[in-house]
Design a protein around this ligand. Structure first.
Ligand SMILES: Cc1cc2nc3c(=O)[nH]c(=O)nc-3n(C[C@H](O)[C@H](O)[C@H](O)COP(=O)(O)OP(=O)(O)OC[C@H]3O[C@@H](n4cnc5c(N)ncnc54)[C@H](O)[C@@H]3O)c2cc1C
Length: 414
C-alpha cells in the first residue's frame, strides 16, 4: 500500500530507496518469513533453508551494511535513509531485519575505533562479504543478567556486588575470556563474529566492561542450541560459551575507561532502531486490518462502515505516525551528535514497540476469530511484536534508566 509520508523534504533518492526496500520486503521477506515461522528453530538455519536465500539476497543488495559508514564499504545512507529502509524491511519481517542489523554489530562496533586491525579484519571484509560467510552478533545478555546490562548511568550499573558471568582478564598481550552469553543472542548459533560486551574490571560492576570484535573460530568458543520461542521465530538465537579463550589484544575495541559512555552511544542507536522497526510492524498490522475491514461483511454491512471500526483504524494509524515521528527524530539526532540523547532513543523504542504490539492487537480484534489463526498475517505480527517489548531491553527497565538520567541531567541543552 502506498503511504503518505509527512516529510515533505524526502528526495527522489529517498523515495526510490523506500520503494526498492518495500519491493524486497514484499517479494522476498514476507514469503520467506512465513515459511520460517512454521519451522522448528534448527530447521530455520539448516543448510538449504530459505533463511539463507534471504540473507544472500540481502547481502547482495548491501542491506547488511546499512549501519556502516561508506568509508569502509557500507551503503552510505544518511541516518534518515537508514530509518526509511529499516522501516520497510521490518514491514516485511522484523525478525529477519534484526538478523541483518545484528549481523553488522561487530563492524558497527569496530567503526567506533577504526584501527588497522578493525578495518582490515572486520570492517572491510564484512562490507565486501556477499556469500554470508561473515555474520555478526551482539553478545551482552547473560543467563543471570538481562536488564541490568542495559542500564548505563543507573546506580546499579556500577555496583561491584553484581558479578558478571562473562569475564576477560589480561594475560600478557592477550586476554583470557571465560563464561557465557545467554540464549537470547540474536544470530548466536550462526555468527562468525561477535561484538562481545563483557566484564574486565570487577570492582566497577557492569561499568567495568570491555567491548571486543571477536572472531568466533578461536579455540574454546562453543555455541548452544537454537532457541525455540513464541515470536520472531525467523530470527536465530542461542548461547555462546567461552572456555579459557585466548583473545589477542587487537580485537579489543574499548576497555572499562570508555565502556559506559560507548554503551550509551550503542544503545542510542539500538533503541531508536527498535522504534523504527516497531513502526514497520505497526504499519503492517494497520494495513492488514484496513484491507480486511473493507471486505468483511457483518450485519449486512462492511466492517469499514461502522464508526467504531473507523475510529479504531484512525487510532491505529495515529500510533504508526507518532512512532515514525519520534523514531526518525531520535535516530537522526543521535547519529548526528557525539553526545547522544539516549533518553529520546528510549522514547522511540518504547513508543514504537508498544505501538507495534497495540496495533497488532487491535488488528486481531478487527479480524475477529480469523485473526487468531495462522492463515492471517496479523497472528504472526502480534507474536513478533510481543517479543519487541523485551528485545534490546525491557521497556520497563529502559524507562527506569532513562527516567534516572532525566532526573540527574536535566534541564538538558545542546
Ligand atoms: C527477540 C529478542 C532479541 C534479543 N537479542 C539479543 C541480542 O542480540 N543480544 C543479547 O545479548 N541479548 C538479546 N536479547 C536479550 C534482551 O536484551 C533481554 O531479554 C532484555 O534485556 C531483558 O532481559 P531478561 O530477559 O533477562 O529479563 P530480566 O532482566 O530478568 O527482567 C525480567 C522482568 O523484570 C523487570 N525488571 C528487571 N530489572 C528491573 C528493575 N531494576 N526495576 C524494575 N523492573 C525490573 C523487567 O522489566 C522484566 O519485566 C534479545 C531478546 C529478545 C526478546
Amino acid at each position: 500500500m502506498d503511504f503518505l509520508d509527512l516529510d515533505i523534504n524526502l528526495t527522489k533518492e529517498d523515495k526510490m530507496l523506500k520503494a526498492n526496500a518495500n519491493e524486497f520486503a514484499r517479494k522476498v521477506m514476507r514469503p520467506i518469513a512465513k515459511e520460517l515461522d512454521a519451522l522448528p528453530p534448527e530447521q530455520v538455519i539448516a543448510k538449504g533453508s530459505p533463511f539463507w536465500t534471504f540473507m544472500k539476497k540481502a547481502y547482495a543488495l548491501g542491506y547488511h551494511s546499512i549501519l556502516i559508514p561508506d568509508a569502509y564499504g557500507g551503503m552510505g545512507l544518511s541516518p534518515l535513509q537508514q530509518t526509511i529502509v529499516f522501516e520497510e524491511l521490518a514491514w516485511g519481517s522484523v525478525g529477519l531485519t534484526v538478523a541483518l542489523g545484528v549481523a553488522s554489530f561487530p563492524a558497527f562496533g569496530a567503526a567506533m575505533v577504526p584501527e588497522e586491525t578493525m578495518i582490515d579484519e572486520i570492517l572491510v571484509p564484512y562490507c565486501e562479504n556477499k556469500d554470508v560467510t561473515f555474520i555478526g552478533c551482539w553478545g551482552i545478555t547473560e543467563p543471570d543478567h538481562g536488564s541490568d546490562t542495559l542500564m548505563p548511568g543507573h546506580p546499579s550499573f556500577s555496583n561491584p556486588d553484581i558479578p558478571s558471568q562473562c569475564v576477560a582478564m589480561p594475560d600478557g598481550d592477550d586476554f583470557i575470556l571465560t563464561g557465557q552469553k545467554s540464549a537470547w543472542v540474536s544470530n548466536g548459533t550462526i555468527a562468525t563474529h561477535c561484538a562481545l560486551f563483557c566484564q574486565m574490571d570487577k570492582s566497577m560492576g557492569h561499568a567495568g566492561g570491555g567491548i571486543f570484535a571477536l572472531p568466533l573460530n578461536l579455540p574454546g568458543v562453543k555455541k548452544g542450541a537454537a532457541l525455540d520461542k513464541m515470536g520472531q521465530r525467523d530470527l536465530n538465537q542461542g548461547e555462546i560459551f567461552f572456555d579459557n579463550v585466548r583473545v589477542p589484544r587487537k580485537y579489543l575495541i574499548a576497555g572499562p575507561e570508555a565502556y559506559e559512555a560507548l554503551l550509551e552511544i550503542v544503545l542510542s542507536t539500538t533503541t531508536a532502531f527498535m522504534g523504527v522497526v516497531g513502526t514497520g510492524v505497526a504499519r503492517a498490522a494497520f494495513e492488514e486490518a484496513l484491507n480486511y475491514a473493507k471486505t468483511r461483511i457483518q450485519g449486512g454491512r462492511r466492517l469499514i462502515e461502522y464508526p467504531t471500526i473507523q475510529a479504531k483504524l484512525f487510532h491505529m494509524l495515529r500510533q504508526v505516525e507518532t512512532s515514525r515521528a519520534i523514531s526518525r527524530a531520535a535516530f537522526c539526532y543521535n547519529q548526528n551528535t557525539s553526545t547522544p540523547a539516549e533518553e529520546y532513543s528510549v522514547m522511540a523504542k518504547i513508543h514504537g514497540t508498544q505501538a507495534a504490539f497495540d496495533v497488532a492487537s487491535d488488528a486481531i480484534q478487527i479480524f475477529g476469530g480469523n485473526g487468531l489463526t495462522k492463515e492471517y498475517l496479523v497472528e504472526k505480527l502480534f507474536r513478533d511484536a510481543r517479543a519487541m517489548l523485551i528485545e534490546d531491553g525491557s521497556n520497563d527497565t529502559l524507562a527506569v534508566a532513562a527516567g534516572h538520567k532525566i532526573i540527574e541531567t536535566y534541564p538538558r541543552r545542546d
